[in-house]
Design a protein. Structure first.
Lengths: 200, 417
């Protein structure tokens, strides 16, 4: 079973992201479960949502405390909430920011993760490009597909179109593709950097 | 069709497939998604000639349904928490009048302190109002129970509550197979009321009954509930034959064949308990669990038979009888009276606190070592309790408890999830 925890603020579509992820995983033929966190939920307050993906029916209902993947939709939470709490040492981290891991002050912690397991994506900017609003959740779902391979980009896009029919769905689907492409570019850059590092 | 949908959506779609004629509801979290979707479906014309009334309160919602049901309409509502308590008088009336109304309870804690999250305090408060109470483990079961609930209610002329955990189920996306109209029509015949207000054949419903007959009326209500004890498993059997899946029934055992210790619970926590049972089995502990699917009427004899051979029982319940302890465990003890099997009460998941596999396993291990308090509160922050109790001993004007405990939890940095 793979577990995902998404951090953001009320109003940023955190719960929607978890739901769309579960729909994409279902479309891929897996079992999935998405649910919101149980805490104060209001516009602007820190919120979490969870998703489990498995090859067999999922029974447990407990909150995800030891995630395999953490998605941070709002970088202002990084030093406010324990977003990486319980994260597996082999886990994945996806952060919405235009700054680098070093600039975010997370290099010491995140460099310990395996290659290709940490990505920073300018998801809000991608949202502005496509939706004229800093919508970060759908670009991050595309990025998630690229980084983890747990869901297909096409499934993410069809989940998005199903939820938001018409132009809005198309814009969000395009934004998720940009998020996907950004991660693919990052990973190939990372590979070539580490290749050069070894060559030197 | 099998789809990845929200529990509330699954329930709303299935309710429409049951062809209700009158729906009256007042929105309250976490029931809101169910009734919002129903109102949209009715407005779009997806629910035939069904009338949807957006009333001014929960009391009005059920009162409207009492009238509509007495006039021969198939009726439905949904509520939770304070909403259920606000309609309490009508809840008793619907049962006392023998009206087959179906109501979803999106289980939520009851304030104060105000809390919108899940536990079973609401439906437990009205457990003896005369309604049949069914509890869903999954969203598939929640959907299926509604189809069974209408048939059961109308067969017995008795209202039925379908209880599903607020947020944990109502707001969870998971796969649900929503049947098609023909399948539901086959299982659920058209409503044929045993009593109906008809101007062409006038009767009165709602007599004032004094000491000369009140006991007899109540006795007959009790007999109807006892009839449900045989009807519910029959209906679950019919359902399984038609839909090829297990849903409903009085109780459901899991790995109980050779179980030494049984964990009993209601609702969605059963899924987590099953995972805990599997892990305990791998560690050599012969654990099993029994889901109580029907809590009212209480299947005492069936439960006693299901627990045959176990040497210890733990009841995990999401409620608290203040000053007593457990509610469900009292019923379980009654079912086991005369037997020497110890029954532990474990209060868990109050106000939405997550119940983890790790905590459940620890609970079983502690119970086997005779180290559980009676009642035991799962994952209680004892340092917070100790600090607050000593503060209150020292100070007469100690202030409101809820605010103080919140402050203490934050100060101590306990993970309040």
């Amino acid at each position: 079973m793979q577990t995902v925890r998404i951090h953001g603020r009320g109003g940023q579509g955190v719960v929607t992201a978890a739901e769309l992820l579960s729909i994409a995983a279902f479309a891929d033929g897996r079992y999935a479960q998405a649910f919101p966190s149980f805490g104060s939920e209001r516009m602007g307050a820190p919120v979490m949502a969870f998703c489990r993906i498995d090859e067999r029916a999922i029974r447990t209902r407990e909150a995800v405390t030891h995630p395999d993947v953490v998605i941070v939709q709002d970088p202002t939470l990084l030093h406010q909430v324990d977003v990486f709490g319980g994260l597996s040492a082999q886990g994945y981290v996806l952060i919405n920011s235009t700054r680098s891991v070093e600039e975010l002050g997370l290099d010491k912690f995140l460099n310990a993760f395996p290659d290709g397991h940490v990505c920073v994506v300018p998801a809000s900017d991608i949202g502005v490009t496509h939706m004229q609003r800093p919508v970060a959740n759908t670009p991050l779902l595309g990025a998630f597909a690229a980084m983890t391979g747990l869901v297909e980009l096409a499934s993410v896009q069809s989940a998005i179109r199903q939820r938001f029919p018409g132009a809005l769905g198309e814009a969000n689907a395009a934004a998720s593709k940009d998020g996907y492409d950004h991660v693919i570019a990052c990973l190939s850059q990372e590979r070539s950097d580490s290749h050069h590092a070894r060559a030197n | 069709m099998r789809a990845q949908i929200e529990g509330s959506q699954a329930v709303a779609e299935v309710v429409v497939l049951c062809r209700p004629e009158v729906i009256a509801a007042y929105p309250i979290s976490p029931q809101t998604h169910i009734v919002e979707r129903l109102s949209r479906m009715v407005k779009r014309g997806d629910a035939g000639s069904c009338q949807y009334l957006n009333v001014e309160s929960e009391f009005a919602a059920l009162s409207v349904l009492i009238g509509a049901s007495a006039a021969g309409a198939r009726t439905y509502t949904a509520t939770t928490s304070q909403g259920l308590l606000f309609m309490a008088e009508a809840v008793y009336n619907a049962a006392g009048l023998g009206l087959p109304i179906v109501m979803t309870i999106a289980n939520r804690a009851v304030g104060a302190p105000i809390n919108i999250w899940n536990d079973h305090s609401d439906s437990m408060a009205l457990r003896d109002a005369g309604w049949i109470q069914l509890y869903a483990e999954t969203n598939q079961e929640a959907a299926d129970l509604h189809i069974q609930a209408f048939r059961l209610a109308e067969e017995l002329s008795c209202p039925v509550m379908v209880c599903m955990d607020g947020y944990i189920l109502t707001h969870a996306y998971e796969p649900v197979d929503v049947p098609d109209q023909t399948a539901v029509d086959t299982f659920l015949p058209a409503f044929s009321p045993v009593q109906v207000l008809d101007p062409n054949a006038p009767i009165s419903i709602g007599a004032m009954v004094g000491p000369e007959a009140f006991t007899e009326v109540k006795y007959l209500a009790h007999q109807q509930h006892l009839r449900a004890l045989s009807l519910i498993p029959e209906m679950a059997g019919d359902f399984e034959r038609q839909f090829h899946r297990l849903s409903g029934g009085l109780y459901a055992p899991y790995r109980m064949e050779d179980a030494e210790i049984a964990v009993i619970a209601l609702g969605s926590v059963i899924g987590t308990i099953k995972d805990a049972v599997d892990e305990l089995r791998l560690e050599g502990i012969a654990a099993g669990c029994v889901k109580i699917g029907c809590y009212r009427p209480f299947p005492s004899l069936q439960l006693r038979a299901a627990l045959e051979g176990v040497s210890r029982v733990i009841v995990v319940e999401k409620d608290l009888a203040v000053g007593v302890g457990g509610i469900v465990s009292a019923d379980v003890r009654m079912a086991l009276q005369g037997s020497a099997v110890p029954v532990h009460t474990v209060i868990a998941g109050l106000g939405g606190r997550s119940i983890s596999i790790a905590s459940l396993k620890r609970m079983v291990i502690e119970a086997r070592a005779e180290r559980l308090n009676e009642p035991h509160f799962l994952d209680l922050h004892t340092t917070v309790i100790d600090a607050e109790q000593s503060r209150r001993r020292e100070q007469r004007r100690a202030g409101p408890i809820a605010e103080q405990v919140l402050r203490a939890v934050k100060a101590i940095g306990a993970k309040a999830t």
